[in-house]
Every structure is written in C-alpha cells, then in structure tokens.
Design a protein around this ligand. Structure first.
Ligand SMILES: Nc1ncnc2c1ncn2[C@@H]1O[C@H](COP(=O)(O)OP(=O)(O)OP(=O)(O)O)[C@@H](O)[C@H]1O
Ligand SMILES: [Mg+2]
Length: 222
C-alpha cells in the first residue's frame, strides 16, 4: 500500500515561495484503484512523483509497500522504487529503436539480479499478453497506435511485478473508447491485488475508480 501523511511541497521562484501541496494525507490499499482529480497546475504530477519516491524534497511522511522513506539512503530508496513501484506516464516514454517486447524487457535488463535473458524475455511476453498485445511484440512504437503504446507502457510497468502502480494522465493522449480500455485494465490490476493510483483531470477516468479525491488548494478532499 501507499501512505502519505501531511505531505507539503513548495517550489521556489527566486525570492518567491510557491506552495503547491499544503498537507496531503492519502492511503491507498492493495486492491484499490484511487483517482486524484484536479485542474492543470494543481500539483497532481508533483504529488505522484513524491508518492513514487522520484522526488525527495518535500515535507511530511511517505510510506511505500510498508517501508517509510524517511531515513532511507538514496541507494535503498532507488532499490525500493525499482522493486515496488511501476510508473505509467502520459507520454508513454517508449524507446523508438526497440520493439514492444524489448521496451517491456528493458527494466529487467537493467536490473542485475541474476535473472537470465531468456527468463526476462518470457516474462516480458507474459506482460504483453496480460495487456492484450502479444501479437504486436515485434512492432516498434512507431507502428503502434496510441492505445497500444500505452498498453506497452503498462506492460513495462507491471513487468517487474510491483505492488504499486502510479499513473500520470494515462489516457491523456487517447480517444474515449481507447481510454476506457486502459482504465478497465487498471481496474483489473487493482482486482489482482495491486495498489493503483491514477492522477488525471479527466472525469471519465475518475468514474471508473472506486474512490475519487480532488486536489484543490494543495489539499485532498473527497
Ligand atoms: N520545478 C519546478 N519549479 C517551479 N515550479 C514548478 C516546478 N514544477 C512544477 N511547478 C509548478 O507546480 C505546479 C504544479 O505542477 P504539476 O506539474 O504538479 O501540476 P499538474 O496538476 O500535474 O498539472 P497538469 O494537469 O497540467 O499536468 C504548477 O504551477 C507548476 O508550474
Ligand atoms: Mg501533471
């Protein structure tokens, strides 16, 4: 699960302080799909980066998969992030020179945990199958549709078998029908026991979530 307690974040613009998060409390349990909705600039991405241990310059407490981040060394924090968290971004962040399968394999190739390459390939194929893209394993991103690219990005996020999935505007570049498919996929992942947190400004995404929270003036409310 994921827990934020009294999280604050202030950006600085020269002399001026820009408070973006003013005390965010949030708990997302395993098996839960939670959507955070808020307008552009309200701090959704900022919140997600903190929740995923990508940003460490904040106030308050964050716990990921039962591990409090406070006091973790950068190395341990990165290890926790790589092991426990899968990120899905609006812009997919796929490498053009690689096939769909190779994009999914990439996090496994970077980790030196003794897993052999054939095993990595097999698990990547499983992850692609899980998102309904087995037939497109060899295609480079340039030959995939937006929805297919996003499904590759989700396969890459679940490939490492994380306990937490964090998604930033995962349907922002997709049409309504394709977006619905992506959202129901997140719903399935939650039903499989993952902790899923999606931030978005799209109401249709939030309708699919069991719990919807609104980010306004740096705080969350239901
Ligand atoms: N590095 C930075 N330095 C200064 N201000 C920043 C920085 N990063 C973000 N901000 C400001 O913090 C606010 C929140 O940004 P954030 O990206 O979290 O918004 P968001 O809710 O994700 O918006 P969007 O829906 O457009 O993605 C914005 O006003 C932004 O300008
Ligand atoms: Mg954002």
């Amino acid at each position: 699960m994921i827990r934020l307690a009294g999280v604050t974040k202030t950006f600085r613009d020269g002399e001026q302080a820009l408070p973006i998060l003013r005390g965010v409390d949030l708990e997302v349990a395993p098996g839960e799909l939670v959507a955070i909705v808020g307008p552009s600039g309200s701090g959704k991405s900022t919140l997600l980066y903190i929740a995923g241990a990508l940003d460490t310059d904040y106030g308050g407490e964050v716990t990921i998969a039962d591990v409090p981040l406070a006091g973790l060394s950068p190395t341990r924090r990165a290890a926790l992030r790589n092991r426990a968290v899968g990120f899905v971004f609006q812009s997919f962040n796929l490498l053009q020179g690689l096939s769909a399968l190779e994009n999914v394999m990439l996090p496994g190739m970077l980790r030196r945990d003794g897993t052999d390459r054939a095993d990595v390939r097999e698990r990547a194929a499983d992850a692609l199958d899980r998102v309904g893209l087995a037939a497109k394993a060899k295609a480079p991103p340039a030959r995939l549709s937006g929805g297919e690219r996003q499904r590759v990005a989700i396969a890459r996020a679940i490939f490492t078998r994380p306990r937490v999935i964090l998604a930033d505007e995962p349907t922002g570049n997709l049409d309504a029908v394709t977006g619905e498919g992506i959202i129901s996929l997140f719903g399935e992942l939650a039903r499989d026991g993952l902790t899923v947190l999606v931030v978005t400004h799209e109401e249709r995404v939030s309708r699919a979530a069991a719990r919807v929270l609104h980010l306004h003036d740096g705080r969350l409310s239901s």
